[in-house]
Write a protein that binds this ligand. Sequence first.
Ligand SMILES: [Zn+2]
Length: 581
Amino acid sequence: MTKFQEFQQITLFAMCLFFFHTAIIFSQPIPTNYFRFPMDEPILLSGSFGELRTTHFHAGIDIKSGGVVGVKVYAIADGYVSRIRVSAAGYGNMLFVTHPNGFVSTYAHLHNFVDTIANYAEKVHYAVQQFEIDTLLLPSVFPVKKGDVIGYVGNSGSSGGPHLHFEIRDEKSEVSNNPLLFGLNVKDHKKPRLFRLSVYPIGENASVNSIKKRIDFPLGGTGTLKPYIKAAGTIGFGIIANDVMDITSNTYGLFAIKLFANDSLIYHASWDKFAFAEQRYILAHIDFKERQVRGAKIQQLFLLPGNKLNFVYKKVANNGLLTVAKNDTIKMKLIVSDANGNENVLNFSVIGADTEPANALNNLAKSDADSTLVFQYNKKNKFATKNFKLEIPDSALYQPINFEFSEIEPAPGKWARIYKVHNGYEPLQKPAKIWLTHPKLDSVQLKKLYVARITPSGFGAYVGNGIEQGFVSASIKEFGSYTLKADSLVPRITALRFSPGKVLRPGNQIAFRISDLETGIGSYNAYVNNKWVLLNFDAKTARVWYTVKKEHLVKGKNTLQIVVADKLGNIKEYNSNFMAN
Ligand SMILES: [Zn+2]
């Protein structure tokens, strides 16, 4: 489906549905003199709240630590450590502190916790015999005072360098708040930068400067646009912009976007807070196809019909769309701002075009729309062939789509078909489910089958391995090409910091790299003298490590066993020994 066709459909829905987005406000007022920063000042950020990430808005701020691990992290107010979370990816080592004023502060990617908390976490690891833990604590276990050290800055989990990821959540709703609104000011006297204004003709007869497709107006970082934009019919706007701060050379997300037409506010988005469940609507907020094709992040100032992002949009009149009549002169004003109130303003005019442009694109659009199947965004959609089934839940799409599908028969000597399930230019808010037929196999072989997504480089990435009445099923988060593969390879275990027979002492660390070529790591366990010991895992470096404890050792020869399984249960064992005095 072309962009033009997509917008024809959006207009149809924009005309049918007149809904105004207003944020639900039910949380407590923001206290501005209550919290301190979780690190020593001056505070420099590498990421802002609401920033546009790949599949979510950034739910906190990232605080720099000068590129090093081990910098102290403080409780931002009195309260208690209410939750300890450890994971090999994602947030890594993370602490939650609950405060009596209804907020919870969270501290992620920590290198380690302060000793008392670390000792407690270790007891939990050993009790459940798992590296990944998520433990809730009673207020009496670790009460903290404002400014108490609770941990140290690190790079654990899915982190690209040492920093503290810091959030302030509402205790009850878990809505995440912009920490910079709590009186925690960072030095920022610089206004956001506007790079591009995009104008989208939406609907059959719409045009911008006599053209029936999106027109981009470069703004070169400043904020002037001349001369006017000539438009006919219904149009929508998009912007590419970012923010900068004092001292750092990083770029950040915006705090707010406002668009006025003849002094009336038609669009207002503000990243003061949002619910975690809404984060994925970033895929509807940005021009998804533009990002997939060119990597550019255009923020659309109009709503796709299935975009239910609520907290961020304070006002969106007529879904952000503007209808331009023949003799109109509309004075537009765009204001982008940061959390410190620095603003960049763009004034421009939209003038009604007198003539309708030529209709060449329109005919083209009609001819290929005839043969396709239309999926609606506001209902469940199903599709099936003899070999393939698809179910898309209600509200998984953001707009109607002309569904595309093809099956490629296996090459001679091969058995797996390739299923092209729509295209990579349309996002999914919720996972869809697919079922692929499998060849006749015995139960052992059947357990090795999995659904793989064919990545742009041609690799088949594991997505799922449900077995249901002649089909292998998987939940998919994106459209694209899928196939069936079999995984019979065992994981690999390579010693990084260990040599058999060496003498180890308490406190020594041994390390290995674990990897799996096909489905990926499912489980990892280590045993010293046949007793389970904690193997820490860092997913991004594929590194596991064990710190030798006195109570694990026997005098003389000690046995070491590492057992790693992939997601389909193919197991690799590493058996060795070391000496202790
Ligand atoms: Zn972060």
